[in-house]
Design a protein around this ligand. Structure first.
Ligand code: GAP
Length: 446
């Protein structure tokens, strides 16, 4: 059951069309026919995604004194993935059709009797394990000694560096390490636009706590902090759920786990997983590497392996969520009562790629153009601006479609009295504001 607020107001066809038309997201290497599971962010999409990542980094690292940042390499020593369990167990079960040669995830098939694509019975192979890690070869020889993997998660870079980090940053549990970076998984069935990709970006926080009985409290605090983050950046509460994993849904070493899910047009999909992972990860690396990754507490002269609380969010999925959640198509009436429709992205002002559009009322009047350009340049240092010119109706439509919260129109009156018109994206109301006050006016609202 979905409530009225949860009903999708947009289809994925509308989102992908808008993403392409306005330069948010394109399929990778389209001129060669594309490549499944890979995407490129256009001029506006690159800013949108960067804003999402900056919002995460700001809250998770910069505004806290108990979290430090990190940036590890994508290719790591292959033993990393032996210790982490990815070599042995990062598998999907795969089934091939001997007739049409199509390949499926076994858990996506209603039965193993009949191929869902060509309809033949008895043509599907037995399920086989398919490792999702992408391989590459290091150096000029392509033998097994040079085989390496593109990381399937960023977290392991933090675990293997645990000692380097706490010693150099002089941190004592409870403290966290945060990283945003690319990860790669050879997904059998990439799809739903950027939801399931083969190359994607993760934002991961690994929070190390002492074994003093407060671990579940820390876990609950992180679930609450992440709930607040989505709410602060405007994701609708009624389309977000925090799904608590049952004992049988969690790995054996995990004491608790929550999946953050968003109601996409095709149904609920995971944005993030938050987990209490015990000492599993550090233990595994200590065992295989033979190196000591315990924390030595100078105050108590004791050493211990800290317990780990992890929050692992997908930045592409979060960016897609922002696009879908912001989307509205609505009928509007002008002063004469004439009704037309507009598409508007109601981005949170901190996330919006452009925060203020600045236009001259007429593009063939050098005085207006010059004044508009000067105002736009002046705002640039504090606001993400865009100068544009053309038909007024089209200018507003374009800015609505890219989610610009404020549009500033410079008209003939401006040249006389220094006042400009500021239009609000959501209410479409207009204010006359002194150009000298613009910066303060926008600062208050953005
Ligand atoms: N270190 C824990 C970890 O990687 P995960 O649940 O496998 O956990 C975390 O991944 C997040 O990474 C997911 O919630 C999702 O947002 C993102 N993610 C995972 N696979 C993805 C894919 N194929 N395409 C896009 N995002 C993906």
């Amino acid at each position: 059951m979905t409530t009225a607020d949860q009903q999708p107001r947009v289809t994925m066809e509308e989102i992908t069309a808008l993403a392409k038309r306005r330069g948010f997201i394109f399929g990778s290497s389209e001129i060669y026919g594309g490549i499944g599971g890979f995407f490129d962010y256009g001029p506006l999409g690159a800013i949108l995604k960067r804003n999402v990542k900056n919002a995460w980094w700001r809250e998770m690292v910069e505004l806290r004194d108990d979290v430090v940042g990190f940036d590890s390499s994508i290719v790591m020593h292959p033993n990393t993935w032996v210790a982490s369990g990815h070599v042995a167990a990062f598998h999907d079960k795969l089934v091939d059709c001997r007739n049409c040669k199509h390949r499926f995830r076994a858990d996506h098939l209603p039965s193993l009797e009949k191929c869902p694509d060509c309809g033949m019975t008895g043509t599907l192979t037995e399920p086989r394990n398919f490792n999702l890690m992408m391989q590459t070869a290091i150096g000029p020889m392509e033998d097994s000694a040079s085989r390496a993997y593109l990381r399937p998660e960023t977290a392991q870079g933090i675990f293997v560096n645990f000692k380097n980090i706490y010693q150099s940053a002089r941190k004592r549990p409870p403290f966290g390490v945060a990283q945003i970076g690319k990860s790669f998984r050879n997904e059998i069935t990439p799809g739903n636009f950027t939801f399931r990709q083969r190359e994607f970006e993760q934002a991961e926080l690994e929070y190390f706590v002492p074994d003093d009985g407060n671990d579940l409290r820390w876990y609950a605090e992180w679930v609450a902090a992440r709930k607040k983050w989505y709410s602060d950046y405007g994701v609708r509460e009624e389309r977000l759920r925090f799904y608590e994993l049952s004992d049988s849904e969690r790995p054996h070493y995990a004491k608790a786990g929550t999946d953050v899910e968003y109601l996409f047009p095709w149904g609920w999909g995971e944005l993030e997983s938050i987990a209490h992972r015990g000492t599993y990860d550090l233990d595994a690396h200590m065992k295989l590497s033979g190196k000591d990754l315990t924390y030595f507490d100078e105050a108590t002269k004791s050493k211990y392996v800290p317990i780990l609380i992890e929050s692992s969010a997908g930045m592409d999925r979060t960016t897609l969520t922002m696009l879908i959640d912001a989307y509205a198509s609505e009928e509007i009436a002008d002063e004469s009562g004439k009704v037309s429709s507009r598409i508007v992205l109601r981005f949170h002002p901190k996330i919006a790629p452009v925060q203020a559009g600045v236009f001259p009322l007429a593009r063939n009047k050098p005085d207006l153009v010059e004044r508009a350009r000067a105002i736009e340049r002046d705002l640039r240092s504090t606001v993400r601006t865009q100068y544009d010119e053309g038909n007024v109706g089209q200018l507003y439509r374009r800015q609505d479609e890219i989610g610009t919260p404020y549009c500033i129109m410079i008209d003939f009156q401006t040249l006389e009295d220094g006042m400009v018109t500021v239009r609000d994206r959501d209410s479409m109301s207009q204010d006359r504001v002194s150009a000298a006050q613009l910066r303060a006016y926008l600062a208050e609202r953005l």
